[in-house]
Design a protein around this ligand. Structure first.
Ligand code: SF4
Length: 298
């Protein structure tokens, strides 16, 4: 067992519904400044919305990267956004990614940030066979996004990230995550979003419904009071309790996932879900977290 400090084996908070393959996880920051109301990590990490950089991050990652097996897959980041506003000033994520790639590892970038374009696109392009990027876009409505993800880049800017990276030959997954009833679950809107993502050159769409915790539900209800009753009925009165979360009723989730699968596959893209318990709906050989091209390379 290797003893690393910041590059850790990925732990999906012990969720048995997680279908991610084994990988490593690295969060250069503790906490996140994007301020997404639905964020579940805020329930686990104190002062989550006041992000800070981890002590000695570059040196420690440099050491850790030599201790893990060559060619490891490392996700930046599973519990924070590596390209959150603070990184626009400090720039650690780009430096770390460059270092890890130069040492032969594979990188999965999970982000809503746009600064990876300005700071880093040449490195990503150079190592494109060992890089996969998953960009989360929950809505194309700037007014909903402004309330839901107040300090994250606007949806149109994230769409541009997908477009630019795809143009450079990178494998890009768009995550529609989370889908929240009454906010972004309208099937016609989802269809036009998916159509837009197809135009950007994205290769895969991964979807996930909102899994409620009482703290995030409270934040959402304050921002969207008109939808509170619907959430109470769907999550608290009729939803399922699983692994520390309130899920939407199973039938409702299944119907939604099946509809989205047929839309996404109808466009010729790969489809996957995240922690829904329906892995049989995934397009064959597509991996939920977006590491699909790494599997093909093995
Ligand atoms: S970007 Fe991700 S980690 Fe950051 S607040 Fe939003 S959901 Fe949480």
């Amino acid at each position: 067992m290797v003893s690393t400090r910041y590059i850790k084996p990925f732990d999906p908070w012990r969720s048995p519904l997680c279908t991610c393959p084994p990988k490593w996880s690295l969060n250069p920051y503790t906490g996140c400044g994007h301020g997404c109301l639905y964020c579940y990590v805020s329930g686990y990490v104190p002062r989550f919305y006041s992000p800070r950089v981890k002590r000695g991050i570059l040196e420690v990652v440099g050491r850790d990267s030599l201790l893990i097996p060559p060619g490891s897959t490392i996700e930046l980041s599973s519990s924070t956004d590596p390209f959150q506003p603070m990184d626009g000033v400090l720039g650690y994520s780009s430096k770390i990614i460059e270092l890890l790639l130069s040492r032969g590892h594979r990188i999965l970038i999970a982000t809503k940030g746009t600064s990876l374009l300005s700071n880093h696109i040449h490195t990503l392009e150079k190592y494109r066979d060992r890089v996969s990027v998953a960009v989360t876009i929950t809505t194309l409505s700037s007014s909903v996004a402004k309330l839901l993800e107040p300090f994250a880049p606007q949806p149109a800017d994230r769409v541009r990230v997908v477009e630019e990276l795809s143009k450079c030959g990178l494998y890009v997954t768009v995550r529609i995550d989370p889908i929240i009833p009454g906010l972004n679950d309208d099937l016609n809107e989802l269809k036009s979003m998916i159509g837009k993502f197809v135009e950007t050159g994205a290769k895969q769409i991964t979807v996930s419904t909102y899994k409620a915790r009482y703290d995030s539900l409270k934040r959402l209800a304050l921002a969207f009071p008109d939808t509170e009753r619907l959430w109470k009925r769907l999550y608290i009165d009729t939803g399922e309790r699983m692994h520390g979360y309130l899920y939407l009723p199973r039938q409702l989730r299944y119907r939604l996932m099946a509809e989205l699968k047929s839309m996404v596959e109808g466009y010729g893209l790969g489809f996957a879900t995240c922690r829904e318990g329906f892995p049989h709906l995934h397009t064959k050989n597509y991996i939920c977290d977006g590491t699909t091209p790494f599997r093909r390379a093995l």
